[in-house]
Design a protein around this ligand. Structure first.
Ligand SMILES: Nc1ncnc2c1ncn2[C@@H]1O[C@H](COP(=O)(O)OP(=O)(O)O)[C@@H](O)[C@H]1O
Ligand SMILES: [Mg+2]
Length: 242
């Protein structure tokens, strides 16, 4: 990798966020979007892919649980984004690891670290086949929840993230706030975006801040995250102010 390609930034596709990141994600990095249920993680990653696909980039969406299977339907009803059409055009590829034909699903006979090994192998072969510019994994916790030792967990997270870095894919990985797993996943990431909700007077506001970004200055502000029929956007204002 040349110094120049290390410096290259990838737009997040979320209006207002690139400015907080000083220009966007670094090309080829693994970026974690972290927050509780309903804070906007699936929309974040989908918009990141949609932005790339609309620019003619190749994108890949990795589904890891029953919950994220309805992503195509949800993006259609929420924002009118036609992911089926992107798939037809070859701009978006889904990899659903819960698909029984892949024989990757959790079972009592498969040790959790074996499942992760198979996941790595499958994802690596798909990346080599499709050569995507952007990847979104929704979400990572299904993969790691069964790992009991934190030491092992760290090693496995680094292992999986290493696959994306090796292939120079810019990735967004969502993680929920569950049993402290989010903290472990955040350690391994090049950048972490935190989504949340904040009480402002009588109002619940969506919020966003950049928790870390390796090798870059970032904004230290907490801002309002808006979700509307046009998608997700970061507003200039703080959720704490009227
Ligand atoms: N068109 C829309 N306008 C406003 N809010 C929306 C719209 N579409 C979805 N939402 C909201 O987005 C939230 C879901 O975001 P999602 O990305 O699925 O969260 P997570 O993946 O973190 O659980 C829900 O609270 C939902 O009401
Ligand atoms: Mg989700």
């Amino acid at each position: 990798m040349t110094d120049e390609s290390i410096q290259q930034r990838v737009n997040t596709g979320i209006p207002g966020l690139d400015e907080m990141l000083n220009g966007g994600f670094f090309n080829g990095t693994t970026n974690v979007v972290s927050g509780e249920s309903g804070t906007g993680k699936t929309i974040f990653g989908s918009q990141f892919l949609y932005d790339g696909a609309m620019k003619g980039e190749k994108t890949m969406c990795i589904i890891t649980s029953e919950e994220s299977k309805s992503i195509v339907k949800e993006m259609k009803t929420s924002f009118g984004w036609d992911f089926d059409e992107l798939v037809e055009k070859g701009l978006l590829t889904f990899v659903d690891i819960t698909d029984p034909s892949l024989r990757l699903q959790k079972s009592v006979e498969i040790a959790p670290s074996e499942l992760i090994k198979s996941f790595k192998k499958l994802v690596e072969s798909k990346i080599e086949e499709v050569k995507p510019d952007r990847i979104f994994i929704d979400s990572i916790e299904a993969l790691f929840l069964a790992i009991e030792s934190n030491y092992k967990l760290r090693t496995l997270i680094d292992d999986v993230f290493g696959v994306f870095r090796k292939h120079n894919v810019t990735s967004v990985i969502s993680v929920g706030a569950l049993f402290g797993l989010d903290t472990m996943v955040e350690y391994g990431a090049d950048s972490v975006i935190k989504l949340g909700r904040i009480m402002a007077g009588n109002n619940l506001q969506r919020s966003v801040y950049v928790m870390k970004m390796r090798g870059s200055a970032t904004s230290n502000e907490v801002r309002v995250l808006s979700i509307s029929d046009n998608g997700m956007a970061v507003l200039k204002q703080s959720p704490y102010l009227e």
